[in-house]
Design a protein around this ligand. Structure first.
Ligand code: GDP
Ligand code: MG
Length: 296
């Protein structure tokens, strides 16, 4: 048509720019030592992390993480570049006295906000700022089948004030499916009782489909996961899994655990929203407080 001027190419322009730049996704893992944090991360990004520094030797002894450490990876799928920062935390709640054991983790998250704010205030407006803000805290719950420890409730509450918290039941292959379902219900009730509002949050911008998806996520949380760095043979096929007392668990089988739900949630359905929510809600709240404090 004569009136066509071509601004619809803006979607390609944006795509081109974004693809060149790539996406930054920063995850922190929180939970007691031995709950399978490193294993789960390696399972989620398995094939991609094989060349990098990730721990993939199954025979290697379990090392205790003694300090907060960030490891960076760049992974590419169909020309889309994802820069990944995985932040491992010292097993919190391992000590006899756990008072304030969450402080270093909350501080780490705030420090990233602070660093971003400094760069934002000093850098030229249109310059790309290296983003280390944490988009997601994977919170590992001990698969006791009973209830959350008081310390878990406190830490989830503290974390949810500064970051998107995604709780998972660690090593859920140690529970029967009935135990698992009861445990999940119990935990959801405890979250409500303690007024812990977890990600995902609905906004005015959400359409009907997104609202329904968020609702189904909230009804599934915490994800009952199983991680494994090894393959096992099931029906003649080699799959990511583990052998236990009851048989063989196929990590990627939705009848066995909710690993696939978690991975799809993190990487397929909510990656962009986790990033946006971090900037628009958590970072914005931090920024407001900082700028107000500066005025006094
Ligand atoms: P981290 O200290 O939380 O990083 O825990 P690791 O990932 O090092 O795992 C501790 C131990 O638990 C290792 O021997 C793992 O093989 C084992 N493990 C990890 N994930 C699972 C799981 O989903 N189920 C079972 N049964 N064992 C697991
Ligand atoms: Mg570890």
């Amino acid at each position: 048509a004569a009136s066509y001027v071509g601004f619809d190419s803006i979607t390609q322009q944006i795509e081109h720019k974004l693809l060149k730049r790539g996406f930054q996704f920063n995850v922190i893992v929180v939970g007691q030592t031995g709950l399978g944090k490193s294993t789960l991360i390696n399972t989620i990004f398995a094939s991609h992390l094989i060349d990098s520094k990730g721990r993939l030797e199954a025979e290697e002894p379990v090392r205790q993480t003694t300090d907060i450490q960030a490891v960076s990876h760049v992974i590419v799928e169909n020309g889309v570049k994802l820069r990944l920062n995985i932040v491992d935390t010292p097993g919190y709640g391992d000590q006899v006295n756990n008072d304030n054991c969450w402080d270093p983790i909350v501080k780490y998250i705030k420090d990233q906000h602070s660093a971003y704010l400094r760069k934002e205030l000093t850098a030229m407006r249109d310059r790309y700022i290296q983003d280390t803000r944490i988009h997601c805290a994977l919170f590992f719950i001990n698969p006791t089948g009973h209830s959350l420890r008081p310390i878990d409730v406190i830490v989830m509450k503290k974390l949810s004030e500064v970051v998107n918290v995604v709780p998972v039941i660690a090593k859920s292959d140690s529970l029967t499916s009935e135990e698992r379902e009861l445990f999940k219900q119990k935990i959801r009730a405890e979250l409500v009782h303690n007024l812990i509002g977890l990600y995902p949050f609905d906004t005015d911008e959400n359409d009907e489909e997104e609202i329904q998806l968020n609702e189904s996520i909230r009804n599934m949380i915490p994800f009952a996961v199983v991680g494994s760095e090894r393959n096992v043979i099931i029906d003649g096929k080699s799959v990511r899994g583990r052998k236990n007392r009851w048989g063989v668990v196929n990590v990627e089988n939705e009848q066995h655990c909710e690993f696939m739900h978690l991975r799809n949630f993190l990487l397929r359905t909510h990656l962009q929203d986790l990033i946006e929510t971090t900037a628009q809600i958590h970072y914005e709240a931090f920024r407001k407080r900082q700028l107000l404090a500066l005025k006094d």
